[in-house]
Design a protein. Structure first.
Length: 437
């Protein structure tokens, strides 16, 4: 009975395998349509994630992981499925062409002996060509989802790493040293697991090392959920063609890295860095591209028609908190982090906090320090970022071009263990031009 059921299942899978190209094309076409439409919502999600900062590196790393998984999966799916549709379309066209003309008849082409001999040796049998295309298309489809699961596994690896880093940062001595050692062992073990993956199980083939590696393999399989796609991985690497496909992960990753970092320069007489001589669109809210996470001040517009100037000064906790602590050591900070329920942060005195934030900035217009500037806590409606809004009176200022210099106190050196700032200095690199109308 079991043998009959097994034979029935095998026959059903054979039929499904032969007809799988219908599902592949359907899924690929539908997925490409959805992926193209998902670009803008994905950019918005990634931007909102980038402005969510707790000031704690480990937590910020954990919050960044979903964005990395999403953008990586989006890119892989879109590119690979487009390639898959192209090759699957080529495969369908060869099937149709075979029905019309069968195999290639070199005798009917009346070629010279030299070209006929060359082409007969270089061009494979048409049926073999169709079969190779079929294997390639199915492998690309499986390879695509293997990469996505690898990306998810990598994200989970760093998610758990952020938890260990958090423990090392928050634990008192000597436990902090212990957890630092755990973090080192965790990353070292992850490196060994990665080597085994990209070498197609080389460590599992070594008897003595394999026994020592087995507990490590089980641990990282569990936390990365690699057991979900393990059948797909081993099904690919159990044959020569599949091994080539999996090994393509290495150049594929390099191509992805190069694509995201390549820059082509075609302008001979335009300087690559001319911040103080350039009207940068991201200086102004009405020309900001709405995708770039800005870490600098901005104005509402290049042309100011009112008698006051609004300057948004973003709050970047990682860099700003040590300075605020240095300027106002008596200010009791609110709790930060990720909480299950809302926490009461009203114990932070708003007037003292605003005064401390204001001390971080010195604003100059045409080289003159502005006086009587009003500072307010502010959440930017477009940038979705928390910060300070400085309002400068322009009543006495003449119409025309003016230069706003944003001076920000920054730490020259920070002792991250104690949070102590050494030698804070006033950075005046940011100059924003504007025209008063």
């Amino acid at each position: 009975m079991k043998k009959k059921e097994k034979q029935t299942l095998s026959n059903w899978l054979e039929i499904l395998q032969q007809e799988s190209w219908h599902l592949e094309l359907l899924i690929s076409g539908f997925a490409i349509f959805l992926l193209v439409g998902a670009r803008d919502p994905l950019n918005l999600f990634i931007y909102n994630s980038s402005v969510t900062s707790t000031g704690i590196i480990a937590i910020d790393l954990a919050l960044t992981v979903p964005s990395i998984i999403l953008i990586g999966s989006w890119f892989v799916l879109l590119i690979n499925l487009i390639v898959h549709v192209m090759f699957r379309g080529l495969w369908v066209s060869t099937i149709g062409l075979r029905y019309v003309s069968g195999d290639i008849d070199f005798d009917s082409l009346e070629l010279t002996p030299k070209f006929k001999s060359f082409l007969e040796h270089r061009i494979i049998n048409f049926d073999t060509f169709i079969n190779r295309l079929e294997k390639l298309c199915s492998s690309i489809f499986g390879f695509t989802f293997l990469i996505i699961f690898v990306i998810i596994s990598t994200g989970l690896f760093f998610f758990f790493a952020s938890g260990l880093i958090l423990l090392s940062e928050w634990s008192p001595p000597p436990m902090d040293t212990f957890f630092e050692g755990v973090v080192f062992v965790y990353f070292a073990g992850g490196g060994i697991y990665l080597i085994d993956f990209i070498t197609l199980g080389w460590l599992k083939k070594l008897p003595k090392i394999g026994r020592l590696y087995f507990p490590l393999y089980l641990f990282y399989s569990l936390i990365t959920l690699s057991f979900i796609y393990r059948p797909l991985y081993y099904n690919l690497i159990d044959n020569k063609f599949g091994r080539k496909v999996v090994l393509f992960l290495i150049p594929y990753g390099l191509l992805f890295f190069i694509y995201n970092n390549i820059f082509i320069e075609t302008h001979k007489y335009l300087p690559s860095y001319a911040l103080n001589q350039t009207i940068e669109t991201n200086f102004y809210d009405d020309t900001w591209d709405q995708n770039t996470f800005l870490q600098q001040a901005s104005l509402p517009s290049l042309q100011i028609e009112k008698n006051y100037l609004e300057v948004f000064l973003p709050y970047l906790s990682t860099a700003d908190d040590p300075i605020i602590k240095n300027l106002c050591p008596d200010l009791i900070p609110a709790e930060t982090g990720v909480f299950l329920f809302n926490r009461d942060t009203f114990r932070l005195d708003p007037e003292k906090a605003l005064s401390c934030h204001a001390q971080r900035f010195e604003l100059f217009i045409d080289g003159t320090l502005t006086m009587g500037t009003d500072f307010w806590f502010y959440k930017h409606p477009q940038r979705k970022a928390q910060g300070i809004l400085a309002v400068i009176d322009l009543t006495q200022m003449k119409p025309g071009k003016h230069l706003l210099t944003v001076g920000v106190y920054l730490p020259k050196e920070i002792n991250w263990a104690s949070g102590e700032v050494k030698e804070p200095y006033l950075n005046k690199d940011l100059i924003i031009p504007f025209w008063k109308m």
